[in-house]
Design a protein around this ligand. Structure first.
Ligand SMILES: Cc1cc2nc3c(=O)[nH]c(=O)nc-3n(C[C@H](O)[C@H](O)[C@H](O)COP(=O)(O)O)c2cc1C
Length: 301
């Protein structure tokens, strides 16, 4: 019997696959469908205090090796989103609430509401590469990161994960700030800051000009970040970025990730990518005589 169950802090997952924030997670219906298709847990769309429309189109474009998007954190606001979380919980799913804000007070308020709605854990979005005043702008300030993590941790009783960017000049010092704030885990990485230009219009294609790149092309960047963090610190890490196959997931796990999130991969392999990846992991393990996935975490170090 092959065991692919894993833990992130106190969160127990029956397999290592989790839906990444921002893809098919605006409604309870789509999150429940992802859980039925084999994901051990889902992360919600990043939710803020107030409803936000996001940027005008074009907001997303498929490129040769990945997807470029600048959605602008569109979301219905924390109050409106309550029903979606309650519905997923009613179905018995594990749900991680992703939140964004620009001050510790905003994060605390969102975290407390998410906890009261019943989420199993929180993911602090400190890394959206294209939202002015949020995300990476917050996530590259060491002091602010530590304060946000620390104050959220003091306000809730569920595990708190912090999601970081690969666009940091010094990933180690931000990881340290997150650890000093007593986070239960680090999620690495968000999309990578990028741009594409339309030759005929001679202008950037996205309305926001700059966006975040996801999918296959960013896997080596994410793997490098997970490796760097786990080489230096012993905090649990969730790997994300460019995972399309079981082999991709195993690469993150060998780099030190205890679980993985999958977003763009759904576009390439369908909503049942979670089941497919679990099967591929099991086949690889069987072929290589591994019985427990935990024996593979961090073996590349
Ligand atoms: C359309 C789209 C929307 C996203 N929205 C969010 C978001 O709201 N919050 C967040 O933390 N990450 C967001 N992300 C980033 C993903 O969660 C993930 O970190 C990134 O896409 C890399 O993983 P992937 O290559 O598997 O897609 C978004 C990604 C895409 C493609």
């Amino acid at each position: 019997m092959i065991d692919i169950s894993t833990n992130i802090a106190s969160l127990k997952l029956e397999n290592p696959t989790i839906l990444a924030s921002g893809i098919l997670d605006e409604t309870a219906g789509s999150m429940i469908s992802i859980l039925e298709n084999g994901a051990a847990a889902v992360v919600t769309k990043s939710i803020g205090l107030k409803p936000r429309k996001g940027y005008p189109n074009p907001t997303i474009i498929e490129l040769e090796y990945g997807i470029l998007n600048a959605m602008g954190l569109p979301n219905p606001g924390i109050k409106e989103y309550r029903e979606e979380i309650i519905e997923v919980k009613r179905n018995g799913g594990i749900i991680i609430g992703s939140i964004f804000g620009s001050t510790p007070e905003e994060f605390i308020s969102l975290a407390e509401k998410m906890e009261s709605y019943g989420v199993n854990a929180l993911e602090l979005n400190l890394s959206c590469p294209h939202a002015s005043g949020y995300g990476l702008e917050v996530g590259q300030d060491r002091k602010l990161v530590k304060t946000i993590v620390e104050e959220v941790k003091n306000s809730v009783h569920i595990p708190v994960f912090a999601k970081i960017s690969s666009n940091l000049s010094d990933i180690s010092s931000i990881a340290k700030a997150i650890i000093d704030g007593d986070a239960d885990g680090i999620v690495a990485i968000n999309t990578v800051k990028a741009m594409t230009i339309d030759l005929e219009l001679q202008k950037p294609i996205l309305s926001n000009k700059i966006g975040g790149y996801s999918g296959r092309a960013i896997k080596p960047i994410g793997v490098r970040c997970v490796y760097e963090i786990t080489e230096e610190y012993s905090i649990p890490v969730i790997g994300v970025g460019g995972i399309v196959s079981g082999e991709d997931a195993l690469e993150y796990i060998m780099a030190g990730a205890s679980a993985v999130e999958i977003g763009s991969g759904i576009y390439y392999r369908g909503v049942d990518i979670f089941k497919k990846i679990c099967r591929e992991i099991e086949s690889w393990m069987e072929l290589h005589n591994y019985r427990n996935i935990k024996d593979l975490i961090g073996v590349a170090h």
